[in-house]
Design a protein around this ligand. Sequence first.
Ligand SMILES: C[S@@+](CC[C@H](N)C(=O)[O-])C[C@H]1O[C@@H](n2cnc3c(N)ncnc32)[C@H](O)[C@@H]1O
Length: 385
Amino acid sequence: MTDFDDGPDRLADLLVEAGALTDPAWEAAVRAVPRHAFLPETVWVRDDDPPWRSPYGPDTPEWRDAAYADYALVTQVDDGESLGSDGRGMYPTSSASQPSLVVRMLQALNVTGGETALEIGTATGYNCALLCRRLGDKAVTSVEVDAALAQQAREKLSAAGYEPRLVVSDGAVPVEGGPFDRILATVAAKSIPAAWITQLAPDGMLVTPWGSDHAGHWLVRLTADGTGAAHGRILDEAPFMWLRSQRSHFGTWRDHVDVDAPMQAGRTKLDPRAALGADGSGRAIVIGTLVPDLYQRVIREGDEFTVWVYDAAGSWAAADYVPGASEWVQSRYGPRDIWAEIEAAYAVWESAGRPEGDRIGLTVTADEHRLWVDAPSRVIGEGLP
Ligand SMILES: C[S@@+](CC[C@H](N)C(=O)[O-])C[C@H]1O[C@@H](n2cnc3c(N)ncnc32)[C@H](O)[C@@H]1O
């Protein structure tokens, strides 16, 4: 017996016990598919000199212990050409997703058997193998933008006995074989590609991580309404890497903000704390959606802090938070008035009744995104990117 023989059962037990794996049919799939067989020769683990990652092979505990643990494993860095001169890498560009998130997303697809499915982001092929196990190879198409990763997945899927339709392409454009009853994106979108809506069968469902740099990644499930639109609510947090064409800026905030540049000073009545993102709040979700290409950096000094907000195109603003004040100093630089955009988005959130994420939903058509509260008819904001 190897270390891995009881791996799938150990993983299934762990996920059931944690409450993540609740559907017996998906549980059977997890018990049947060996995750280690889909991991590449090298995984990349963050070392004590962040943001660098070092390579670890199958003879290391970093690889072996993680194969059946509830961790995401980075399986490619820097699009396959590690940036470090010493063989280390910096940016995760592919991964074997965290198993609890994998099963939550599969369960969110609401399949009963007999559906066709398109997966975006084949990567290791593990998730694709689970789909094949549940729906049958002929029902599954998976698309991967990176040719080398796609080839590895093809070999590993075949060795494990699965023969889905595998496509090497940008998953943001339509693939042959549609329409699909289910589309599962295992890569996150800031703007959901039109093809994910147009390829949905009537009543089809799209499950995807969606979000913004400001608010993070949220799992949404959208159901096609037969008129070219799909609607659904935010379900949960779902940290994922962004679609290749929608990646966040590389480098640090100082590569995009010159703190010494002459800025136009003003005052704001918006409490700078309201501009803080990535806190899981409905406010951050609305601001991050209505204000595109929005990044931030907070510099603290005791009880006071400065919120820097910026885009990757030469505009930024800073707001100084002082406890107890009713107005704050705010200054800006560049063609875009990002702070004014945040104030406007905050006002939208406030006039919608300050909803949290469980009340917020999204409608996507081939042409636009609409954010709503409680029901698709209660659209908030407008002209989303
Ligand atoms: C988190 S991994 C997916 C994990 C995978 N489902 C598994 O089971 O191993 C995300 C993958 O999406 C791929 N990707 C990024 N942008 C893409 C695009 N536009 N079209 C297709 N795949 C894309 C990346 O190359 C990466 O391999």
